[in-house]
Design a protein around this ligand. Sequence first.
Ligand SMILES: *Cc1c(COP(=O)(O)O)cnc(C)c1O
Length: 361
Amino acid sequence: MSLPDPIQSRLLAMLHTRTEALEAGDPVPEPLVLSSAFSLPHNPDARRTYARFTNPTIEATEARLAALEAAPCLLFPSGMGAYSAAFMALLKAGDTVLMLSDGYYAARNLVSDIMAPFGLKLVTCPAADILEADLAGIAAVVVETPSNPGLDIIDIAALSTRCHAAGAKLVVDNTVCTPLLQQPLDLGADIVIVSDTKAMAGHTDLLMGHVASRDAAYMERLLSVRNLTGNIPAPHEAWLLLRGLETVEIRLSRMCENARAVLPLLKASAAVQSVIYPASHAQALDQGFLIGATFASSAAADSFLSHAGFTQTTSFGGLHSSGDRRARWGDAVPEGFLRLSFGIEPTEALVGSIKTALGKL
Ligand SMILES: *Cc1c(COP(=O)(O)O)cnc(C)c1O
């Protein structure tokens, strides 16, 4: 995976955020600071007063993410924690939000079940139709691209032009691509939300999320929301994310390479009825590490996963190749549809085990 500038420069800045400022005797890796209390002498440091506002490890992790996003960034204890704060800071009673009917279900339910009683209205539309949606009276449009689980592509630049002409804010969930493969803020989005639980942290051992925006007033409001709702992660999880970020590029590059290597096998197999690999699109730098594959039945899908040595998990973006049969969660997909997430296994060995698994169906 060869990433262009400015992504290479952003990665370099992320990796060198700490090391370029080291003094003699400093530890090279980021130290984990668990403190909730900070010394407050007569003239306290206004930034470091109490850990519900911030903590050195949270700040260090946010600095790494800000380098990747080229934008100020705040950390939350999960992707949904990031969504709830982002919405609270952006929206008010009476506002209407347009979301994808075929996007991540929890984000939609947050508005329809939790925020509707506070006066928010939800309207939905399929990803395929979002560029033609009527935006009159819409306060914010919230999309994912590729969408999850259908992996539809939305043109962020075209949508942001339409949103801004209509006076709506554009919020993009960039969980699937990560800031390495796609930069929604550069394409005109106002706010980006990422579940760092997935490929960003990458080791399937923590929950985390972040919000980034180049709108300073919005980020100030978002910080107030976090301070007053206590929606801040624990330092240890933030530190694990920081550690994961240092290898994000090499992990993603192997994950994408593995997806590309397996794609022709899935396409050629009589056991696979259809394959979705997000169409090549100028706004994304790689087609990614997720493939949607439809098998004849749920039993065939399960058998493929176990013969191929994939873990069955509902998450994605981890080190180990995994699959999720989305129909069991109520997504509008066939019973035999699997969202496959490719991990960092050695490519030839992975291709070998997938050939064997397909041969057994
Ligand atoms: C997982 C996910 C979320 C929610 O993130 P959590 O960290 O599980 O709270 C949001 N959006 C997308 C696209 C996701 O895949």
